[in-house]
Write a protein that binds this ligand. Structure first.
Ligand code: NAP
Length: 288
């Protein structure tokens, strides 16, 4: 199988690692805006070399794992460069704008819109890990718009990698993901900001920060280059989730001011049911 990966960072590099272990005969070529990442990806044996027009034209699978604004920009051109039998898959964390962008492209049926719910807060080829996709959910949008035989090729690859498939329309994907992923990132970034600002005056605050702080603020290590376009593309849904979150914070604060500790107890007790909801999610599943 000939594969070209556009964006050989955390997601593209992890895919390369898993493809190599499941398809020993595979050839994988890469395209990336960063020469340093391409060099590193070759050194790490994620890719066999840099893809030229020839590798693009001969690809059985083209996997696009670059920031979502770059996907919107590059996807039509990449569809122009492939052959009629190439399967093109994207990994973008938003889906509506990407799907809209190529709705009328002559090779729309070569494209499968997907979002693997797998990742970490780290970036670049050195962050790529084996087995990242094992047991994780892969959300596929508008599957009916992909040619049937290319759907089958994609499902066979996802199945070998151990992924579970969920089908959703792009609008539902973006609405749901705003709650479970995008809001978590904003909340983590703003918690980090609040503590960093306080730390200017109270140097030893970090000495007191236990694992609770560390795990809650983990997502604030994520790349602004990846997350800014995600928030831009999903602005409407993200604003809606923020309104609800801010209201909950205000209510919590008011209960404290009112000495309503029974109300505070009940809020936390009700929210404890998150334990049951999240039971069964693999421990290494990160919230993307
Ligand atoms: P990453 O580690 O930063 O890798 C992205 C790579 O693409 C970088 O090497 C970047 O180079 C390069 N790039 C940027 N613009 C490009 C362009 N126009 N053409 C070619 N290469 C370009 O990012 P990632 O975490 O793998 O994320 C990739 C995609 O997967 C994003 O769409 C993201 O929404 C999605 N996703 C991420 C996660 C996650 O947990 N990280 C999970 C699921 C889905 P520079 O660094 O020089 O810009």
């Amino acid at each position: 199988m000939n594969v070209v990966i556009v964006g050989i960072g955390l997601i593209g590099g992890s895919l390369a690692r898993d493809l190599r272990s499941h398809y020993p005969e595979i050839s994988i070529y890469g395209i990336d805006a960063s020469d340093a990442h391409l060099k590193e990806a070759i050194e790490l044996e994620l890719i066999d070399g840099i893809a030229s027009a020839k590798e693009l034209a001969e690809a059985d699978v083209l996997y696009i794992s670059i920031p979502v604004d770059a996907i919107v920009h590059e996807l039509p051109k990449l569809l122009d460069a492939i052959n009629d039998d190439t399967l093109v898959i994207d990994a973008g964390s938003t889906k509506s704008e990407i799907c809209r962008r190529i709705i009328n492209h002559k090779r729309r049926r070569n494209f499968l819109a997907s979002h693997p719910i797998a990742g970490t807060e780290f970036s670049g080829p050195s962050a790529a890990i084996s087995g990242l996709f094992e047991g994780k959910t892969n959300i596929i949008c508008e599957v009916e718009k992909t040619a049937f035989k290319l759907q089958e090729r994609a499902l066979s690859i996802f199945s070998r990698l151990g992924m579970r498939i969920r089908y959703m329309n792009p609008e539902a994907h973006d609405k749901h993901i705003a709650y479970v992923s995008h809001l978590s990132h904003i909340s983590s970034f703003m918690l980090g900001k609040t503590v960093i600002e306080k730390e200017k005056n109270e140097r030893d605050i970090f000495d007191m920060a236990g694992s609770g702080f560390e795990s809650t603020v983990r997502l604030a290590k994520s790349s602004p280059a990846m997350w800014t376009p995600i928030f831009e593309q999903n602005k409407e849904n993200v604003v809606e989730t923020l309104d609800e979150y801010i209201q909950n914070l205000e209510d919590f604060k008011q209960k404290l001011l009112d000495d309503n500790f029974e109300g505070i107890y009940n809020e936390m007790d009700n929210t404890n049911k998150i334990k049951a909801i999240l039971k069964g999610i693999p421990q290494n599943n990160k919230d993307r």
